[in-house]
Unconditional design. Structure first.
Length: 365
């Protein structure tokens, strides 16, 4: 019998070992990759921000107070609700003689303010209307007129006999001093109730008639000018920083953003009692975030054409509420719009007749 060569056995044996090594190595490598051994974590690329997001957190409520004892007029109270996500500012004039049953006792807005100042007035309004007021701003003559100058005055229908005004119901341009004279006038036929709603309507008209882009562009300087003139306010520079983008976006990209709401209630002798239905309505429509257009998602501030979520169609904002003649509340259908041919503020200031200029300016001349 012939002997088999040893090489004939070694070759298949080596091939078998080689194939086995390949299979085992491949399996080991697969396990190694599967469990991520030896991998280095690579941080994800940051997503660039295209603008600050505007949310319901930017909504805020400020009680505006105009206190001018030298005018021999009660203080003026206007509630301002800012809703940047809807590009809307709501002004509600509060009659100085407003009363409410609070903690089992009858209290009044004027009495609380006279006794405890702005903080007491804020406390009264919060309890009487069931809302939260975030801040207050108390203006004197100088700071109030500064605000009016920044907005450029206003054209407004005047239907009351005030010295320096035509008072025939036609639209009249008012500079800062004339606005001050109008809102502190104490002889409106409808009393404090009419004065409150006229003040709110005038402020809304002034905001709507202003050049929104100009206001937005000069916002930093305007805020510094105003805040340095107001000695009594809870608004801070931090508040401004937190809400600046949202507010500027309203002015720069909104249209007729301001509206005034006529307060409804009962005149009882010298007092005014707000209607429970009115309070319920404004709380639901303007002070409850989940009801502020639930179909409007958080949006990004407009930034050079960046995309923005669409808003639901709303009715056009009026710029003037028709003045009262009988002291009755202004209805929703009694709204007049200022003519579009209103001159720029600078031109109007120059063309204001001398007889309409405030007494202090005439004295200076």
């Amino acid at each position: 019998m012939a002997k088999r060569k040893s090489g004939s056995i070694a070759v298949p044996f080596l091939v078998t070992i080689f194939i086995g090594l390949i299979l085992v190595g491949g399996a080991a490598y697969g396990i190694y990759r599967y469990f991520g051994f030896g991998q280095t974590d690579v941080p994800p690329e940051p997503t660039p921000r295209t603008g600050q997001t505007i949310t319901y957190a930017d909504n805020h409520t400020v009680l505006l107070i105009l206190d001018e004892p030298e005018q021999r007029c009660s203080s003026t109270f206007v509630l301002m609700r800012s809703l940047p996500i809807k590009k809307e500012i709501v002004f509600i004039g509060l009659p100085t003689n407003t009363i409410s049953l609070i903690d089992g006792t009858q209290q009044g807005l004027k009495e609380n303010y006279d006794r405890g100042g702005a903080n007491a007035a804020v406390d009264f309004v919060q309890k009487a209307f069931g809302i939260t007021i975030d801040r207050y701003m108390k203006f004197d003559s100088t700071s109030f007129k500064k605000v009016c100058d920044i907005f450029g005055g206003v054209s407004y229908e005047v239907n009351v006999d005030i010295a320096g005004f035509k008072g025939d119901g036609s639209s009249e341009y008012m500079n800062a001093s004339q606005i001050e004279t109008f809102v502190t006038y104490s002889m409106f036929k409808g009393g404090e109730r009419e004065r409150a709603l006229q003040s709110a309507a005038l402020l809304a008209a002034m905001v709507n008639q202003a050049d929104g882009k100009r206001i937005a562009d000069g916002f930093d300087g305007s805020f510094n000018s105003i805040i340095n003139l107001i000695s009594d306010t809870t608004v801070t520079s931090v508040d401004y920083k937190n809400h600046k983008t949202a507010i500027k976006n309203m002015f720069e990209n909104g249209t007729s953003i301001a509206l005034s709401i006529t307060i409804d209630g009962t005149d009882a002798d010298k007092d005014f009692l707000p209607s429970d239905n009115f309070i319920k309505s404004i709380v639901e429509n303007y002070f409850t975030d989940e009801n502020l257009g639930s179909d409007v998602p958080p949006v990004a501030a407009d930034n050079g054409g960046s995309e923005q979520a669409a808003e639901p169609v709303t009715e056009e904002r009026a710029t003037i509420n028709a003045p009262l003649e009988t002291g009755e509340a202004i209805g929703e259908d009694e709204i007049v719009t200022v003519p579009e041919e209103t001159q720029p503020a600078e031109a109007q200031l120059e063309e204001t007749p001398a007889e309409e200029a405030p007494a202090e300016e005439a004295a200076a001349e």
